[in-house]
Design a protein around this ligand. Structure first.
Ligand code: UDP
Length: 355
């Protein structure tokens, strides 16, 4: 029988790419999204790419426990991939309660329903932000987490801990010790720590849809190239790096989506060695802001209007992944080149502009 995955936040940027890859790998998917930070553009794109018109879409807010509970009653769910969260670092500093309420409560509800409906496999979308600033590069999963520098980052750390504690506490469910608690079951968990997801599906039917002025580098670049923004500011060119700009590990969103398929397969096929596992999802390749801009210009044969600007507060100098563990254990490795990825980001921006 096909395994079914609930994708919370499945209409968003990463969620829509993951939905495509899950369906193409033979999973059934239920998409749940409250559309607070996206519309149905990407979900429609998912249907086109997969040729599937019957993907269940539930417009629910995971902060509402009854809605989540109803989903688990209606569908037999083998795994959950939880994306439904706010993600703007700056906004989280200005509105911490909004971030703590939304990001924690939605995840608590997912975990509560998971444990009360016979147990479930839960994949949490975490972030390399948990590593903070460190000199020991690249970072492995054993690298220590640093105190979070924003409420957003803190919710990622807290949700990792909540998942790990829940896994521990529910491990005995279903055993004789807990036999009185029928219908409850163990939660197993994987946290994927994403580095910098960029790019779009090669079909150019789904991609990132930032609301307002983009905070992230690549959507700012593509919007500048198309003429929506006047000029890209490169934040800082006096960092202690080869060209003075920050170093990041940019991971193609389709590669990232495939890491989710590998992780979910490991969970539903009962191949986990520990009931809670963590994987870095990156390429292992540091790329500077300037290199990224130059590569974007070269592969897309255009000139980008940019200038050097002061450093952005809170930015770290450099971070990139050691992706060895994901390769060894999940059999997953990033495949697309940065050139392919930046061409796909541009194709998506042109698709949005109707060009
Ligand atoms: N960046 C930039 N100009 C922008 C947006 C980002 O120079 O308009 C730089 C930023 O300083 C960082 C890198 O691009 O060094 C990646 O930033 P992003 O916000 O995409 O991801 P982060 O790694 O900060 O989460």
């Amino acid at each position: 029988m096909k395994k079914r995955v609930l994708v919370s936040g499945g209409a968003g940027y990463i969620g829509s790419h993951v939905t495509v890859e899950l369906i193409q790998a033979g999973f059934d998917v239920v998409v749940a999204d409250n559309l607070s930070n996206c519309d149905l553009t990407c979900f429609e794109g998912v249907k086109k790419i997969t040729g599937r018109d019957d993907i269940p879409f539930e417009k629910i807010d995971c902060c509402d426990y009854e809605s989540v509970n109803r989903l688990f009653s209606e569908f037999r769910i083998d795994a959950v991939i939880h994306f439904a969260a706010f993600k703007a670092v700056g906004e989280s500093v200005a509105e911490p309660l909004k971030y703590y309420r939304n990001n924690l409560l939605s995840f608590l509800n997912i975990l509560e329903a998971s444990r009360l409906h016979g147990g479930c496999n839960v994949l949490f979308s975490s972030s390399a932000t948990v590593y903070g600033e460190t000199d020991k590069l690249p970072v492995t999963e054993e690298s220590p987490r640093q105190p979070a520098t924003s409420p957003y980052g803190n919710t990622k750390q807290m949700c990792e801990d909540i998942l790990s504690d829940t896994v521990k506490a529910t491990a005995a469910y279903g055993s004789e010790v807990m036999a009185g608690l029928d219908k409850t079951g163990p939660v197993k968990g994987i946290a994927l720590r994403y580095f910098n997801p960029i790019g779009a599906h090669p079909s150019a039917l789904i991609g990132e849809l930032p609301r307002g002025v983009p905070n992230n580098l690549v959507p700012y670049i593509t919007q500048t190239a198309i003429g929506k923004r006047e000029c890209l500011s490169i934040f800082g060119n006096d960092y202690p790096t080869p060209d003075g700009t920050c170093l990041r590990d940019y991971i193609d969103v389709v590669d990232l989506a495939k890491a989710h398929v590998a992780a979910v397969s490991r969970m539903v096929e009962n191949k986990m060695e520990d009931s809670y596992e963590i994987f870095n999802v990156g390429t292992g390749r540091p790329v500077s802001v300037l290199e990224l801009v130059n590569t974007f210009e070269r592969v897309n044969n255009l000139r980008l209007n940019y200038r050097f600007a002061p450093r952005r507060e809170g930015d770290i100098t450099a971070i990139w992944a050691d992706p060895t563990r994901a390769e060894k254990v999940l059999g997953w490795k990033a495949q697309r080149t940065i050139e392919e990825t930046l061409a796909s980001a541009w194709a998506w921006e042109k698709h949005l502009a109707g060009k």
